[in-house]
Design a protein around this ligand. Structure first.
Ligand SMILES: [Zn+2]
Length: 469
């Protein structure tokens, strides 16, 4: 008999948010697609079959906010994500060529899309137009405004968001301008500056750290702001650590976020204060050890920060758990999640705990299993306009994450029908680049599989359809 499936996943509990399916059944895969979902698929007609009794099977996890470029996070992030069950991710800073090179040389078999950071420089309409056009030709699916770290003027920020819409690309914003900080005021301003244009507002948890008023009041207001801004997509992460830059020039800390962390930790907002914050165990430095990045602090962290001439990624324990749980679970009166998706802001920053913490929230009864699958995959697929992802329906990409509910973590990762992770061990290599048609020519130079996304299906789509399970 002819082979009908390259792989059968049998006997797992299938959780498929778009269809509401929650049952023990089998999935048949062929040519990178899901070709059948149903009971008792014939394993004698499959090249490979895996018994998933007792396991949960969800659409491949999508992390809409990671860092895997040489600038932030770097290549270890590709393995670190895959080992935690992530199948698709959006790099939130670029530069694209560095992300693509990392995928080619150190890839873990995942699907990767990339934004190009808009830090400073271009400010006129013409130069912003050119900057965005060149980002897209370079293979990015859009741009990221790093306002919280490297603030631009409110006018330039608004111009970038408007121009992104005009060029039909993705735009994400870490709130903050020269007028408002990376806090609740910055978030308020960000929504005003978006002026009804589609926008991915990054890590809502970052604006609820108690810098403006009580953190729970900030959380309440952040949720109200999002309810009043249906054109704004958002994500939040569940982890106590943030991620920022340790870079100092002439004794001055370059990132506004890092300055704020020093201040709230009781340290001076300069190079000396930052050094003290690291030495005393408040600032944690990202350092590569044994092929993955880990956080180190104290004397070891301090020495590494010095060795690297201060140009390292830093993390501070500034996210509060009650805030994270509220943002993760809050719904509007229609039953739709107010913050669309989970993220990590991880990748190479050692914080890829999305699946583990989502499962913790299921254990606590904060989310149902289907809601968990929705927030770690389906909603992010909608946000990125990835129509063939975020579901386990027939015809969808065979991107699957298998969870071990006993152990509370991912135990198997499948990207386009290929196994990339088994019990935390990454076996995938290379990867697929997701780009726009405009970036196709450039991305092909890396010789990796490429998928195009239709920007018209991405950010603007929220206006048409609310989210819920
Ligand atoms: Zn980030």
């Amino acid at each position: 008999m002819a082979v009908r499936y390259s792989l059968i996943l049998s006997g797992g509990r299938i959780l498929d948010p778009p269809t509401g399916r929650d049952e023990v059944t089998d999935i048949g895969i062929l040519d990178g697609k899901i070709v059948e979902v149903g009971r008792n698929l014939d394993t004698s007609r499959a090249q490979d079959a895996i018994d998933l009794s007792g396991k949960w099977v969800i659409p491949g996890v999508i992390d809409p906010h990671v860092h895997v470029s040489s600038w932030i996070g770097d290549y270890p992030g590709l393995r670190m994500m895959a080992s935690e069950g992530v199948i698709t991710a959006l790099d939130m800073a670029g530069p694209p060529e560095s992300v693509f090179t990392n995928v080619k040389e150190h890839g873990s078999g995942m699907h990767i899309a990339c934004l190009d950071a808009f830090t400073q420089g271009e400010s006129t309409e013409k130069s912003i137009e050119r900057r965005i056009a060149s980002a897209l030709e370079g293979g990015a699916i859009g741009v990221k405004i790093l306002g919280g770290h490297y603030p631009l003027s409110p006018e330039v920020t608004a111009r970038i968001i408007g121009e992104a819409k005009r060029q039909g690309c993705y735009v994400a914003f870490h709130a903050g301008t020269i007028r408002a900080g990376s806090n609740l005021e910055g978030m308020r301003e960000a929504i005003q500056l978006s002026d009804g244009n589609p926008l991915h507002l990054a890590h809502i948890n970052s604006y609820c750290r108690g810098y403006v008023k009580d953190p729970l009041l900030e959380t309440y207001e952040a949720l109200q702001l999002l309810k009043g801004a249906p054109h704004v997509w958002s994500e939040s992460y569940v982890n106590v650590f943030n991620g920022t830059s340790g870079k100092c020039v002439n004794g001055q800390i370059q990132s506004q976020v890092t300055r704020t962390c020093c201040r709230v930790g009781g340290f001076s907002e300069d190079e000396a204060g930052l050094g003290k914050a690291i030495r005393e165990g408040f600032g944690h430095v990202t350092k590569m050890k044994g092929g993955v990045n880990v956080l180190v602090t104290g004397e070891e962290g301090y020495l590494y920060w010095r060795e690297q001439n201060t140009d390292v990624t830093l993390s501070f324990p500034v996210n509060l758990l009650p805030v994270q749980i509220s943002l993760a679970s809050a719904k509007d009166s229609n039953g739709s999640f107010i913050v669309d998706a989970f993220s990590t802001d991880g990748g190479g920053i050692p914080r890829n705990t999305m699946v583990r913490h989502a499962l913790n929230l299921v254990r606590l009864g904060v989310l149902t299993p289907l809601e968990m699958a929705y927030k770690v995959s389906t909603r992010a697929a909608e946000m990125l306009g990835l129509k063939s992802k975020g579901t386990l329906s027939v015809g969808a990409d065979a991107d699957v994450t298998v969870l071990d509910p006993e152990q509370g973590k991912a135990c198997l990762g499948i990207a386009s029908g290929r196994i990339i992770m088994v019990e935390g061990r990454v076996v995938g290599t290379g990867g697929t680049i997701i780009t726009m048609v405009k970036g196709l020519e450039k991305v092909k130079e890396w010789g990796l599989p490429v998928k195009t996304m239709d920007p018209a299906e991405a950010l603007p789509r929220k206006l048409k359809k609310g989210g819920g399970v």
